[in-house]
Design a protein around this ligand. Structure first.
Ligand code: SAH
Ligand code: SF4
Length: 440
């Protein structure tokens, strides 16, 4: 059998990280990556189920290629969507051959290698399977490293605990080993992934938490930047902020989803913090790390969200001035507590609330980016621009994308850049002359 695969990924960074690992595993097992679905023997879709819209996208992707079935293409649905619906998804997608939850992704090469036409394989559930170990592809400057799986928080709207299971922390040795291997291959920046990285270690018998892990990662020679996503407001401790403030290798960036500015709605969401507590976390973070970038998520139209609740969110977002904000319209998800609540906010009203926040945030984000003009920033260079070969693209210590012109390859280096302008969320500047002359 010709062994070619095509992977289409939807959703969060965790899905993309899993897709990258699967890609490497398949290649190690003799599979070649196809340029498009038509050329693939196995068509794999990694789906996101956090919102109905995301789920619809993966389903319609798989439907749109079902005519390839007659050529013998193996159809595989992996990730959260597979785990949430399990066998039931076969009713909607009868042409599927493999349904594989996120914990089973490492088994896909074996499943495909032993595939028998007409025999459906469903591998779902079981959260306690090992993490996919140490897969780093070639020449990337940055890598994503999952440190936890699943979540125990059960926010009332969220499908993650059902789609990805309960919290499981990865052993520190395995994380350190993977990062060290990456650094040997040229990696300079790492993004630690988890639904709530601050909960790392809560399921260990020994006393070992996220701060301990960060301190170990900080000791890895050759690693220049450490980022992590997401942090839960309830668990963002002063201990963590202190480590961030004392170590220039840790990105000055916190992604702490607020979700709502109304205490009534936060309670209904089971978010376990209040607006006051959130304000305190942001205030402490900004006091301890003045150049920190704080980004967040907001959900509009949660069941029962009134105009008053929304106005509280709007005013809080205005006051907090996040660097960036991801705004979502509530969508009822199966198995969650909120699923049984009447979806009271009309579609058009959700749209209006979404638009109002988006417009305000766009202005705030632009104003914040303007404050960078004239400043000198340390840019970790990730790649050459695809459109302009003299333009180098990297990120500031806050994780903000930045571009500057240079005529030599600076990939993987930290370069001091004087910011001159910004456009569409990207800072632009030129190499700082003072530091250039110091290099000479
Ligand atoms: N673990 C992260 C969030 C992961 S999901 C945390 O707790 O902060 C990413 C975002 O999707 C959430 O922050 C939320 O804003 C949004 N989201 C989750 N479930 C949703 C739903 N049912 N409808 C709309 N947005 C949702
Ligand atoms: Fe979902 Fe809440 Fe867990 Fe985030 S913390 S993944 S929103 S249940």
């Amino acid at each position: 059998m010709k062994k070619t695969f095509f992977i289409r990924t939807y959703g969060c960074q965790m899905n993309f990280s899993e897709a990258e690992r699967l890609r490497q595993l398949l290649k190690m097992s003799g599979w070649k990556e196809a340029e498009n679905p038509e050329l693939a023997t196995a068509l794999i879709a990694i789906g996101c189920s956090v919102r109905q819209k995301a789920e619809n996208r993966v389903i319609s992707f798989l439907k749109s290629y079902k005519n390839l079935k007659k050529n013998g293409t193996i159809f595989c649905l992996a990730g959260c969507t597979a785990n949430l619906h399990r066998e039931k998804i076969l009713k909607q997608l009868p042409h599927l051959d493999v349904v594989c939850g996120p914990n089973h992704i490492a088994k896909i090469p074996e499943i495909l290698n032993n595939y028998t036409a007409g025999k459906i394989v469903v591998a779902t559930g079981e959260n306690d399977l090992p993490f996919i170990e140490c897969i780093v592809s070639g020449n990337n400057i940055s890598m994503m490293v999952p440190i936890t799986k699943g979540c125990n928080n059960f926010c009332s709207y969220c499908v993650v605990p059902f789609a990805r299971g309960r919290l499981q922390s990865r052993q520190p040795e395995s994380i350190i080993e993977e990062i060290k291997t990456g650094v040997e291959k040229g990696v300079r920046a790492v993004t630690l992934l988890g639904q709530n990285v601050n909960e790392y270690g809560q399921d260990f018998l020994q006393n070992y938490d996220f701060s301990d892990l960060l301190c170990e990662i900080l000791r890895i020679d050759g690693l220049l930047r450490i980022e992590f996503i997401s942090s839960h407001p309830e668990d963002t401790s002063t201990k963590l902020l202190k480590i961030m403030s004392e170590n220039q290798k840790i990105a000055r960036h916190l992604h702490i989803p607020l979700q709502s500015g109304s205490n009534r709605i936060l309670k209904a969401m089971n978010r376990k913090y209040t607006v006051e507590k959130f304000l305190q976390v942001v205030e402490t973070a900004r006091e301890m790390i003045p150049d920190i970038s704080i980004t967040s998520d907001i959900m509009v139209g949660f069941p029962g969200e009134t105009e008053k609740d929304f106005n509280q969110t709007y005013n809080l977002v205005k006051k907090l001035r996040f660097n960036e904000l991801f705004i979502f319209k509530y969508s009822p998800r199966p198995m969650t507590k909120a699923y049984n609540l009447p979806d009271t906010v009309e579609k058009e009203e959700k749209q209006r609330r979404h638009r109002l926040l988006l417009e305000m945030q766009k202005q705030i984000s632009n104003e914040i980016l303007s404050t960078f003009t004239g400043k000198k920033c340390d840019i970790l260079v990730e790649r050459r621009s695809l459109k302009d070969s003299s333009l180098w693209i990297g990120r500031t210590i806050q994780g903000i994308p930045a571009g500057f012109k240079a005529h030599k390859d600076l990939t993987g280096k930290i370069v001091k850049v004087k910011i001159l302008s910004h456009a569409e969320g990207i800072l632009y500047g030129k190499e700082d002359e003072e530091s250039l002359s110091q290099q000479d």
